[in-house]
Ligand binder design. Structure first.
Ligand SMILES: [Zn+2]
Length: 358
């Protein structure tokens, strides 16, 4: 009988309020004509915007070096939006769409009209438009991850709101369900941190450009993009690390060590030292567990001082790759391939990390 880890782990379903865009910086003063009184409903042909919004658009496309969408009709409206800051609607007839046939409608909450956050929402929605332009069927986790990553890199500020989300979730997952991206959805922080990890370690802007313009979607997009970067000499990482399982395993370790309350970082991690500026204790410090998962892959972290030998003996090594971690001794990671080895290591390691095999 193999132990059912799903039952062992009580998932804490943390209600994540859609984070406020807390940008800790002075709001920008915009110069566009008319200002609030000419809004909230304004049709903006992207060629004709004479404001900082136009500059935002230009700067974004230049920094990404993706083809500009000057020929597209991009309508921006400022409206009262209930509970979310922005949205984008792609034209309906996706199937019949050609590369020159593009029309999009961006809605931004009118509260943000003369604030820097309005620019960020614009960037976020423009990234969706770029992605949808090349493939409107992109999976939601990748689509949202890209939009959040670029928005965050653009302002070069650490996203405290996403860190707080990460901290409050025990389960990180890549989801394509719409409800996970509702105003209170839990999908955003996982998507963001996964893309941030990929960006930091697998080619930076080169990777972003590939992902944005690819004809493929989801994991196929990621793998094809990595393959191309490698062939073009832009990525020096051995191809063995490009498998879904490898990427997920390393990302899981990164999340583990970057637990926002532990405030650690290391070699293949997120490369940012989290500020432990919250009173809360880490779920891991409390001896609980954290899970990362997506549809087929799941990672379980077992604090070894909380589990018994019986439980370890029941781990199915055909189903899981098992790693032993000791965060205090230079991130020592050892692969265990039998229950015997695992039980013997009980006193030398703090955590067992189980990565479900594909
Ligand atoms: Zn979005």
């Amino acid at each position: 009988m193999s132990y059912n880890f799903h039952n062992f782990f009580l998932l804490l379903v943390g209600a994540l309020a859609f984070s406020s865009l807390q940008v800790k910086s002075n709001p920008l003063e915009f110069n566009y004509e008319g200002k609030s009184q000419d809004f909230p409903s304004s049709y903006l042909n992207i060629n004709k915007i004479e404001s900082d919004y136009q500059k935002t658009y230009k700067k974004l496309f230049q920094s990404l070096s993706v083809p500009e969408l000057d020929h597209c009709k991009i309508e921006v409206q400022f409206k009262i939006l209930n509970g979310y800051w922005g949205s984008v609607e792609t034209e309906k007839s996706i199937q019949s769409k050609t590369i020159n046939d593009c029309s999009y409608e961006i809605k931004i909450d009118e509260q943000l009209i003369d604030k820097m956050e309005g620019q960020l929402v614009l960037i976020h929605e423009l990234v969706h438009i770029i992605r949808h332009h090349f493939n409107p069927l992109e999976e939601r986790w990748l689509d949202e991850g890209l939009a959040q990553l670029i928005e965050t890199e653009y302002i070069a500020l650490w996203p405290y709101d996403k860190q707080t989300q990460l901290f409050s979730q025990e389960k990180l997952f890549l989801s394509s369900h719409d409800e996970d991206y509702s105003p209170k959805g839990r999908g955003y922080s996982s998507s963001y941190f996964f893309l941030k990890y990929m960006y930091n370690h697998f080619g930076g802007l080169h990777l972003v450009k590939k992902l944005l313009t690819s004809q493929k979607t989801g994991w196929s997009n990621i793998q094809e993009s990595l393959k191309q970067l490698s062939e073009q000499g832009k990525l020096q990482i051995p191809k063995i690390f490009f498998s879904k399982e490898m990427i997920w395993t390393h990302f899981s370790f990164a999340i583990f060590f970057n637990d926002s309350a532990k405030a650690d970082y290391g070699l293949f991690l997120l490369d940012y030292k989290f500020k432990n500026d919250t009173e809360k204790k880490s779920p891991l410090i409390n001896g609980e567990k954290r899970i990362t998962s997506n549809t087929e892959m799941e990672t379980f972290y077992l604090p070894l001082n909380k589990v018994n030998k019986q439980m370890l003996a029941e781990i199915d090594f055909n189903k899981f790759s098992v790693y032993l971690l000791n965060s205090s001794s230079s991130f020592n990671i050892v692969k265990a391939d039998s229950s015997m080895k695992l039980i013997r290591a009980l006193n030398q390691f703090e955590y067992a990390v189980l990565v479900k095999k594909l």
